[in-house]
Design a binder for this molecule. Sequence first.
Ligand code: TYC
Length: 101
Amino acid sequence: MNETDIKPRTEARPKVERPRLHKVILLNDDFTPREFVVKVLSAEFQMGEDQAHRVMMTAHRKGACVVAVYTRDVAETKASRATEAGRRKGYPLMFTTEPEE
Ligand code: TYC
């Protein structure tokens, strides 16, 4: 076989797909103080104060706001940690996750 011959592929090459990303969603409630929501968003989602404030206000006005997207494990861990931070203070603050389309 010289250099120009093409060697047929012998190994199977299964189609790989990128893992689906999952959204972390912040839900509004009537009790959690706004400043506390901003603090949790900054701490858990590495957001600047301004962006955290915009996300909080969007959830406050519309009922919910997408915070960020991650692989499923990371999204679920961050949503649990952020929800737990509110629960420790006795607030009903809630973060959920759902797969992107
Ligand atoms: N609605 C809350 C209040 O008026 C503030 C708030 C905003 C709570 C966003 C949750 O996801 C939230 N104190």
